[in-house]
Design a protein around this ligand. Structure first.
Ligand code: SF4
Ligand code: SF4
Length: 164
């Protein structure tokens, strides 16, 4: 997996224009069964992928924390939400709460997440490849294929499966 992650940035860069064109066409004419196809491609890829050998998302990019996430996690730590914000978060340029630093503070040496049961919604949903109306998040996906080897493979398989 480490080998794949090291090559990912270049691979994603090489595929960027091709992916951009594909998503442009997809947005214009998404197939009727897109949600179904994405669920299948996502499930197939994550059957082969062991995130515990990777954790590249947790190491290189942090999630955004919604108010609900902050409430849930601070309750888990038995501290006040404001205290949690002061200890771990900052406000980014889009006015969202994000981690003060990456790799994520909650990531262990063994790649386990120490707050897994209460982790942010964005972590739970990453890389969003089983999201409904997937064509609507193509700009985000273009970025995620450079971070997540599973997302990269899903998009490659998507291009083979969907001829547009
Ligand atoms: S979601 Fe993607 S980047 Fe994150 S650990 Fe799994 S394979 Fe790696
Ligand atoms: S909260 Fe957990 S799942 Fe989310 S980035 Fe941190 S270590 Fe990864």
């Amino acid at each position: 997996m480490q080998d794949q992650i090291e090559k990912l940035l270049k691979l994603a860069k090489d595929k960027h224009n091709e992916n951009k064109t594909f998503f442009k066409r997809l947005r214009k004419k998404p197939p009727k069964k897109l949600d179904f196809i994405m669920q299948e491609l996502h499930d197939e890829e994550f059957e082969r992928t062991d995130c515990l050998t990777c954790a590249n998302c947790c190491k290189t990019t942090g999630p955004l924390f919604t108010d609900k996430d902050i409430l849930r996690i601070s309750k888990y730590f038995k501290i006040k939400p404001q205290k949690f914000i002061e200890m771990y978060l900052r406000i980014d340029e889009d006015n969202d709460y994000v981690l003060q630093s990456v790799p994520c503070t909650f990531l262990g040496q063994d790649n386990y997440c120490s707050i897994y049961e209460v982790r942010p919604k964005a972590c739970k949903e990453f890389p969003h490849t089983d999201r409904k109306k997937f064509h609507q998040i193509s700009n985000l996906t273009l970025k995620n294929v450079a971070i997540c080897p599973a997302a990269f493979n899903i998009v490659e398989n998507m291009k083979k499966r969907i001829q547009i």
